[in-house]
Design a protein around this ligand. Structure first.
Ligand code: 6PG
Length: 247
């Protein structure tokens, strides 16, 4: 199927973070007009840090109904939550410890457990909190220069998962396991936002949009049957895209 992708390009990482915060806040408000909870999946890595700082700033701290938000993670390194590599640690320090979110509504992937056990438990958490067959409302994703997203790395076994929502994925190049949402979990979401910054991603972004990679890059396999995939890029990351308009 042809993925419906919306692209917005920004002159700086700061403008990218501002627009991302606006979009997330608006989407959460819209979702919470129709139901009393909204699920937001946070991405890891360094790109979203500016966004998380913004969401924790006074304007958004007060405008988002954080007490009705459920927080999940797209992936996690197999480390304890206080490890510098932990995606949870960064999100907690920069955002979750600064907004009035209920502790019971923050669903951490337990990187300190055996990977298979952590993946199984997280899948149960998702089903218990969202119910079988339901979906995430908003999923944030980044991409690596190799085209990975979440911890779905090229040629890794989790890429071919068609049923489970969470996988303990052994990543050859890292010589390590990662916990990750699978494509079925991501692609069932209502809103998917890729946040991409930096010239080191430009080649990969072009390859994703050209669709020239064989096999397809993991980021190319993210599409939503019932929603749009929005790519929010800064200019360096969009450098090789043709006919682009920068905001
Ligand atoms: C992770 C992420 C991963 C990340 C990309 C981009 O755990 O590392 O979930 O998918 O989004 O690797 O990372 P940067 O934002 O640091 O470039």
């Amino acid at each position: 199927m042809k993925t419906r992708r919306k692209i917005e390009i920004f002159a700086s990482p700061e403008k990218l973070a501002q627009k991302s915060a606006e979009m997330i806040s608006e989407k959460l408000s819209g979702i919470l007009r129709d139901k009393n909870r909204a699920s937001l999946v946070l991405s890891g890595g360094s790109t979203p840090k500016l966004l998380y700082e913004l969401l924790a700033s006074e304007g958004y701290r007060n405008s988002v109904q954080w007490d009705k938000v459920l927080i999940f993670f797209g992936d996690e390194r197999c480390v304890p939550p206080d490890d510098p590599q932990s995606n949870y640690k960064m999100a907690y320090e920069v955002l979750l410890s600064k907004v009035p979110i209920r502790a019971e509504n923050v669903f951490r992937m337990k990187g300190e457990l055996a990977p298979a056990e952590a993946a199984k438990e997280y899948e149960e958490n998702i089903k218990n909190s969202l119910g079988d067959g339901t979906h995430f409302d908003i999923v944030l994703l980044g991409i690596g220069a190799d085209g990975h997203t979440a911890s779905l790395f090229p040629e890794s076994t989790a890429l071919s998962e068609t049923k489970k929502l969470v996988s303990a994925n052994y990543v050859e190049k890292l010589n390590a396991y990662r916990l990750t949402l699978t494509l079925p979990a991501i692609n069932a979401s209502q809103n998917i936002l890729f946040l991409v910054s930096g010239k080191d991603k430009a080649e990969t972004v072009k390859a994703v949009f050209d669709g020239t990679s064989d096999p397809p890059l993991p980021s190319q396999l993210v599409y939503a049957d019932n929603a749009e995939v929005t790519w929010l890029l800064d200019s360096p990351a969009a450098a090789f895209l043709s006919n682009k308009k920068t905001t």
